[in-house]
Design a protein around this ligand. Structure first.
Ligand code: 5GP
Length: 176
């Protein structure tokens, strides 16, 4: 197993600044309302934890588990619900907080699944987005950074379970 660290693509300070900008925009858009923020496990928990602490509004947190990849680096298109929410969403102002939208198939599944629970509003916030890889129609309301097709790790994102603890977003240059 290689101990080489992934090359820095987005440094920690840039992520921090982007999170502040996203939080300010969200707090403005939802002023006077209460948000239900949904953390999509596993990948988005680091981003989620940093983002919600910068949103200056009443907010409750929910967690949902989705898995589509296994150890592969390309989307299988197959989405598995590994953990469901504990509270109903009916009448709530819901924001899905996701780490990365690649083919968009996971997000499409999630949006359809949550819409069926009749929230008052439903929006999507993703830290990373790969527009060239998108395979479906999807509305992304808040996007942190747009990427090419490169496979990234760090800041919650893994490769075969590793690298979630890196404080930056990086690229794997060699097979690990
Ligand atoms: P999609 O369904 O949009 O193709 O993929 C969504 C999921 O695939 C993400 O939530 C994430 O778990 C995984 N994924 C997509 N692209 C990347 C990437 O560049 N790096 C990592 N670590 N995971 C990715």
């Amino acid at each position: 197993m290689s101990h080489e660290l992934p090359k820095v693509l987005i440094p920690e300070n840039k992520i921090k600044q982007k999170i502040q900008d996203l939080a300010t925009e969200i707090a403005f858009d939802y002023r006077g309302k209460e948000i239900t923020a949904i953390c999509v496990l596993k990948g988005s928990y680091v981003f989620f934890a940093d983002l919600i602490r910068k949103i200056d509004l009443p907010l409750s947190c929910e967690f949902i588990g989705l898995s589509s990849y296994g150890d592969k680096t390309e989307s299988s298109g197959e989405v598995k619900l590994t953990l469901d929410l504990t509270e109903p969403l009916q009448g709530r102002h819901v924001i899905i907080i996701e780490d990365i939208v690649d083919s968009g198939l996971t997000m499409q599944y999630l949006v359809n699944n949550l819409k069926a629970r009749k929230p008052a509003t439903l929006k999507v916030c993703t830290l990373l987005h790969k527009p060239d890889a998108l395979q479906c129609e999807l509305q992304l309301d808040y996007v942190g950074f747009k990427l090419g097709r490169e496979f990234v790790v760090g800041y919650g994102l893994d490769y075969a379970g590793r690298f979630r603890n890196l404080p930056y977003i990086g690229i794997l240059e060699h097979e690990h």
